[in-house]
Design a protein around this ligand. Structure first.
Ligand code: SAM
Length: 279
């Protein structure tokens, strides 16, 4: 396990993923019934963009570092839950603090909601566990995230979200993701399942999309933000599949993604039903 998210926190991919994550949670908050969040690859939860790792790559500068200027009001509406999570953390920890998925989730849970945060890296798990040791309704688990998919899904709640955000450092990760995404939906057909993936090679992503669409029957959105041509030389884009999406998410993403493309000087976006709603 070589991947450490601290080098990449707050980059363009994080901004896209976290803004949509916060939007999904805001949707879950619209009903009083309890929900559960299971974050299978949680990271350390809170990042210091002035710290050694983030400063070494400077990736955040072209991500969250480019987000200060306001967008048009309709885009700001979409961004509002994420902006609130960022602002709350900065007010508490200072201007260089950046919330990862666990901190965004924690900031949006109510008394009746629960979260399980899973991290396999021993050091990152220890950091996450220390950070969240007093967090109400949040359980931090030192486990393989893929095993957690089997162990913690389905939860007792009917509503909620599974976030699958692996580092893609192993061979065959796309094939595994397609299979586990479908498996999570079979185990929890009423849950929202979101899976992040890197866009590096066009062909690789097309094969992944094909594998998911033939394994999944639930409505699934394919959302991508492209910052460069996907020629295999670098991280050219950020993708998020969302199964059982909130009914407003496609419209939200349709506003957000083109605005981020413009802001980040990107190359384009995808916002489509990979698997449409069954009649
Ligand atoms: N979800 C986090 C966020 O948005 O703030 C970022 C997660 S980062 C992309 C991926 C994390 O998965 C890393 O912290 C890595 O240590 C962890 N990881 C790698 N393999 C894992 C596994 N098999 N099970 C659980 N965690 C794993």
């Amino acid at each position: 396990m070589n991947y450490r998210h601290a080098y990449h926190a707050g980059n363009f991919a994080d901004v896209m993923k976290h803004a949509l994550l916060a939007r999904i949670l805001a949707h879950l908050l619209k009903k009083p019934a309890a929900f559960r969040v299971i974050d299978t690859h949680a990271g350390i939860g809170i990042y210091d963009l002035a710290g050694e790792e983030a400063s070494k790559t400077g990736e955040w500068c072209s991500g969250v570092g480019a987000m200060d200027a306001p967008f048009s009001p309709d885009v700001e509406t979409v961004l509002e839950p994420w902006r609130q999570a960022v602002a709350a953390l900065r007010a508490d920890r200072g201007p260089s603090a950046y919330p990862g998925s666990p901190a965004i989730v924690r900031s949006m849970l109510r008394a009746q909601d629960r979260a399980i945060l899973v991290e396999k890296h021993p050091q990152d798990h220890a950091t996450l566990a220390a950070e969240f040791r007093h967090a109400a309704n949040v359980k931090v688990v030192h486990l393989d995230g893929w095993a957690a998919l089997g162990g913690f899904i389905p939860p007792k709640e009917r509503r909620g979200l599974v976030l699958i955000d692996p580092p893609f450092e192993e061979q065959g990760e796309f094939a595994r993701c397609a299979a586990r995404f479908a498996q999570a939906l079979r185990r929890w057909p009423t849950g929202i399942v979101a899976l992040w993936y890197p866009v590096k090679h066009e062909r690789e992503v097309a094969a992944f999309a094909e594998a998911v669409s033939s394994a999944v029957t639930a409505r699934t959105l394919r959302l991508e933000l492209h910052v460069a041509p996907a020629d295999g030389t670098r991280l050219a884009g950020s993708g998020l599949l969302v199964a059982n999406p909130p009914f407003t998410l496609a419209q939200d993403a349709g506003r957000l993604l083109p605005a981020l493309v413009k802001r980040f000087g990107g190359a384009g976006f995808v916002c489509e039903d990979l698997v449409p709603e069954r009649a």
